[in-house]
Design a protein around this ligand. Structure first.
Ligand code: GSH
Length: 252
C-alpha cells in the first residue's frame, strides 16, 4: 500500500491523520503545503480536494478527503497492528457521535484563537484588497475569513470560542468518568481521542492549558496521549505554532 499525505505540519486536522498513520506503522510520503501562502488553493490541489483545505490522502491513487473520514478509512484498510474503532456497533455509533461533536465544537472553535493569536500578523500585513481576494478564493473558509477581517475576531467571538472549548473539556471529563477511562471510551484509545487531541495540543501551545487543570481526568488524558509512541513523530519539529511564530513564545 502506498500512501501520500498532502498536509501541513501545524494543521490540527493533518495531525490527526499523521497520528493514525504513525500508530499503525504505515510509511507515507508527505507533501507539505504552505497554507498561509495559499498552496491549498492552487488548481492542481483543488482537483484533489475541492474544499481547498488539508489534509488529503492518496492511497494507491484513490483520493480520500476530510480528516475524520480519512482516519476512519485508515482503520478500515489497515486494521492491524493498532486499531482505534470498537467492535460493537453501538460503541462505534457512540464513537462517531463523539467525533461529530468534536468536529462541530472544538475543531471549529480552536480556529478562532489560532487565527487571532498566530496568523493575524500575516493578514494584517496584507492590503485590504489582497486580503479580500485571498478570502474570496477559499471554497470552505471564505465567510470565516471575512468575519475575522484583517483586525481579527472581536473579543466576544474569542470568548465564545474559549467557552466552546471549555464545554469540550467538560464533555471529555464526563465521557472519561462514564467509561471508566483513561480514554474517552474506556480502556483503549479510539478515533474520538485522536480527533480531539490536536485541539488540546493547540491550546496548550497557545498557553491555555490552565483551562482544564481543574479536571484531573482530562489532565491525565492529555498526559496519556502525549505519551503514546505515535505522538512524537506526529508532532515533528515545526508542528507547533510557537516553533513557527516567534511572537507567540513566552505565553499567548
Ligand atoms: N473538515 C476538514 C477541515 C479541514 C481544515 O479546516 N483544514 C485547515 C487546516 S487544519 C486548512 O486547510 N485550512 C486552510 C484554509 O483555511 O485556507 C477536515 O477535517 O479535514
Amino acid at each position: 500500500m502506498a500512501f501520500t499525505l498532502y498536509n501541513a505540519p501545524q494543521s490540527t486536522c493533518s495531525q490527526r491523520v499523521r497520528f493514525v498513520l504513525n500508530a499503525k506503522g504505515l510509511t507515507f510520503n508527505e507533501v507539505k503545503l504552505d497554507l498561509l501562502a495559499g498552496d491549498q488553493l492552487k488548481p492542481e490541489y483543488l482537483a484533489l480536494n475541492p474544499n481547498g483545505v488539508v489534509p488529503t490522502l492518496d492511497h494507491d491513487g484513490a483520493i480520500v478527503i476530510d480528516s475524520s473520514v480519512i482516519i476512519e478509512y485508515l482503520d478500515e484498510v489497515a486494521p492491524e497492528p493498532a486499531n482505534f474503532t470498537p467492535r460493537e456497533p453501538v460503541k462505534r455509533a457512540a464513537m462517531r457521535a463523539l467525533m461529530r461533536f468534536i468536529d462541530e465544537m472544538p475543531a471549529a472553535a480552536v480556529r478562532v484563537p489560532t487565527f487571532n493569536l498566530a496568523f493575524l500578523p500575516r493578514f494584517a500585513a496584507m492590503s485590504e484588497q489582497e486580503f479580500l481576494a485571498f478570502a474570496e478564493s477559499k471554497p470552505l473558509r471564505k465567510e470565516f475569513m471575512l468575519a475575522m477581517g484583517r483586525k481579527g475576531f472581536p473579543e466576544k467571538d474569542m470568548k465564545a470560542a474559549l467557552d466552546r472549548l471549555r464545554r469540550t473539556y467538560e464533555r471529555m471529563d464526563a465521557a472519561i468518568e462514564a467509561s471508566g477511562g483513561p480514554w474517552l471510551m474506556g480502556r483503549a484509545p479510539t478515533l474520538a481521542d485522536v480527533a480531539v487531541m490536536p485541539a488540546l495540543v493547540r491550546m496548550a501551545d497557545l498557553g491555555q492549558d490552565s483551562a482544564w487543570q481543574d479536571l484531573p481526568r482530562v489532565a491525565r488524558w492529555f498526559g496519556a496521549i502525549r505519551a503514546q509512541p505515535a505522538f512524537k513523530p506526529t508532532y515533528y519539529p515545526g508542528s507547533l505554532l510557537t516553533e513557527r511564530f516567534p511572537h507567540l513564545r513566552g505565553g499567548a
